[in-house]
Design a protein around this ligand. Sequence first.
Ligand code: UDP
Length: 459
Amino acid sequence: MEKEDTQKVKPHCLILPFPIQGHINPMLQFSKRLAHKGIKITLAATKHIFKTTQHFPNSISVETISDGFDEGIGSTSTDAYVAEFQRVGSRTLTDLLAKFRSSGRAVDCIIYDPFLPWGLGVAKEFGITGAAFLTQSCAVNIIYYHVYKGKLKMPLLEKEYLFPGLPVLEPWEFPSFIYDPEQHPGSFELVLNQIKDVEEADFVFVNSIYELEKEVTDWMSKFWQVKTIGPTIPSMYLDKKLLDDKDYGLSIFKPVDACINWLDKKPPKSVIYVSFGSMAELQNEQMEELSQALKSTNNYFIWIVRSSEQSKLPNNFVKETFEKGLIVSWCSQLEVLAHDSIGCFVTHCGWNSTLEALSLGVPMVAMPWWSDQSVNAKFVMNVWKMGIRVRPDVNNVVRKGEIVRCVKDVIEGEGGEEIRKNTRKWRDLTREAIEKGGSSDRNIEEFVNVLNPRSLNSK
Ligand code: UDP
């Protein structure tokens, strides 16, 4: 237990994430780094997340607020959920801040997820620092910025587009919410609203690495107080400075333990790891093509098929591939990616998965599904050159032959040589960024230094 008087002089940050795994994890990891540098952290969790989470990291206190759906959101639409969260969440967050203030442990800064842009308003009401935490890459944020400012007009009718700091993008390479907004109603508003007040935020943290996105970060820094602070993966996989930071500490699905033992028995770089994250739902036809592809390569494979997706596997597939494949509903992805037997990662290019592959030096076969994943895939293939993006056919299905071609190229092809060299380069640069004196570490340090005198003056 800390002594009461030490706590009093510690700056106090309150973390307000949007309650989905891919947003909570990076904010929690960032919080662990802040706590390590002497900041007191309180996580404002929704009552539902609080109830359904096994444990939270030791270095973080947890308080609850309400999103209006304390028993879970059921089939509520995205826009109805977001509106209710704003209504109930801003009120319960205000109550929480008032409680802290009256108990002598006032909050100095709210670090809010811009999926909840009203977090900044609450910070301003209390006269404290408001810091946005953007969970996508700088490139993706800037694309939303251009749409928000009316610089990128929808629908996307040009053959290609060029914006400062970005590679040339064809319409289908933009985030799906921009390219095809009708497909996911509610999500377009959610991602654009992130940009609304970011200019007003005292800090804009981005879960990225300066060296990965130099030009676009420099460009953004002209109008936002940008600080890249990534990668937000557990310290044990990076600088090993936070001794108890071995995993994210929060998992919505329960990992199956079998993978590491299984991998231990496989030769180096011989296994294809296939995962599409926590949300993607593949069409039956796509599952069939992917199954056939995995069956016909010469490689072993681990395929994560969430329980809700398992009925889409072809009949007898598990039995027929028993000797070369392991299909599980969830794993500890970091442990798997860090294993020497992994040769490539067939991924949907969720930003967390992409950062994990970059940090651990695993070449990728990019098979984006929705949201920002197509932009991440573009960078993987054309900017960082550490993977290949599959090409879907006219029905938007990636065929067996295409998957096999890409996997082969990455694992054993001539092009794969350069890809493997680049993975080592990015792995080293990514680690250096978070090590002492690296670009992300310096940004975190600067923020902590700004908070320190403020906190001492205000108490
Ligand atoms: N993940 C995991 N086990 C799995 C599959 C995924 O731990 O079997 C983790 C992965 O390490 C990553 C997160 O789930 O941190 C997925 O986030 P991402 O942004 O890649 O995709 P999303 O789930 O948001 O689509």
